[in-house]
Design a protein around this ligand. Structure first.
Ligand code: ZN
Ligand code: ZN
Ligand code: ZN
Length: 321
């Protein structure tokens, strides 16, 4: 199983999730202008986190892939390609002369003279009368037929099934076919309700472990990069050191995966080795698969299951330091 570390840096993932959870409705809106390819986020997570917009979208799409968020296209807005106004009204035109002076109705055909037109043209107070030969139409099926709904052009007299639809800009007055209009698609990224609590309590727990370690004389680095003795910089969730106690703790959270694989344990072990970590701790509700469990025990990597309240218990702190 692939792990989130290989795709999306942990620290960026956590920053995005935290900012999503800070929204009242826990929704991120992506406004995509199809013609120009421009993308905007609301809230503007890209600007808030100093990441480019594509990167944030990649992270959001990754969260969707893991099943913690849904992505839905909620709206398609069309706009005038000349003046960019959203005030555009669909208008129906005659396919023959392109007049907008058309109406719709049932088509009546008078059998004896062959005249065809919309029913309204035959209607008199007394009943139906043929406007061409002025005979009364009495029995449907014998004198005349009442057909399907059609359009009639009052400019050229054309009868037709489907009009041409154009869009009329109310601001600049131009007409456009639909494929020439600008198009903005609004997507919503929404956290799935059932998944919320676990993420929240894991993040709260990480923060309170951070605070507790600092109270106990540790210096900590929270969701940032730390450089190992090899010179390689790593994204880590929490890195705590205490020179006096000669202690150092690496804490990694797993928010989205179902199970943690052996590859992830190997990565953590190598990371811990390069940082010179005395202890490695995994903070997660996710289970380790059988091999990963074995290897974690072998390396002395501990797993802490977050408390629902996000508070750190004394027992956990005793275990940690
Ligand atoms: Zn007639
Ligand atoms: Zn016409
Ligand atoms: Zn316009």
């Amino acid at each position: 199983m692939s792990s989130e570390h290989t795709k999306v840096p942990h620290t960026e993932l956590i920053s995005v999730i935290k900012n999503v959870l800070a929204q009242e409705d826990q929704v991120v809106r992506l406004i995509f202008q199809k013609n120009t390819g421009e993308k905007f986020l609301y809230p503007p997570l890209d600007k808030m986190l100093y990441l480019n917009v594509e990167k944030v979208i990649e992270i959001l799409d990754y969260i969707v892939q893991t099943g913690f968020m849904d992505k839905k296209a909620v709206e398609t807005l069309r706009f005038c390609p000349v003046c960019f106004s959203y005030e555009i009204i669909p208008t129906e035109h005659c396919p023959n002369c392109s007049s907008t002076n058309i109406s719709r109705g049932r088509v009546i055909e008078h059998f004896s003279c062959g005249y065809r037109n919309l029913e309204t043209v035959f209607l008199l107070n007394t009943g139906l009368e043929c406007p061409r030969c002025h005979k009364q139409l009495l029995i449907e099926g014998k004198d005349y037929s009442r057909g399907k709904l059609m359009y009639k052009c009052h400019a050229c007299g054309n009868l037709f099934d489907t009009p041409i639809i154009d869009y009329h800009c109310q601001k600049c007055g131009e007409y456009f076919p639909i494929d020439e209009l600008g198009e903005t698609i609004v997507f919503h990224y929404e956290v799935k309700n059932g998944k919320l609590e676990g993420i929240k309590s894991t993040l709260r727990m990480l923060e309170s472990i951070d605070a507790n370690l600092r109270e106990n004389g540790y210096s900590t680095k929270y969701c940032t990069q730390v450089t190992g003795s090899s010179g390689v910089a790593y994204d880590v969730d929490l890195w705590a050191t205490n020179a006096e106690k000669r202690d150092s703790i690496l804490i990694e959270t797993y928010l989205l995966e179902d199970t943690i694989s052996v590859d992830e344990i190997l990565r953590l072990q190598a990371l811990g080795y390069d940082l010179g970590a005395k202890k490695i701790v995994i903070l997660t509700y996710s289970k380790l698969d059988q091999k990963a469990e074995y290897l974690a025990n072998y390396y002395g990597i501990k797993r802490i299951v977050p408390e629902k309240t996000g508070e750190v218990t004394k027992e956990i702190m005793v275990e940690l330091i």
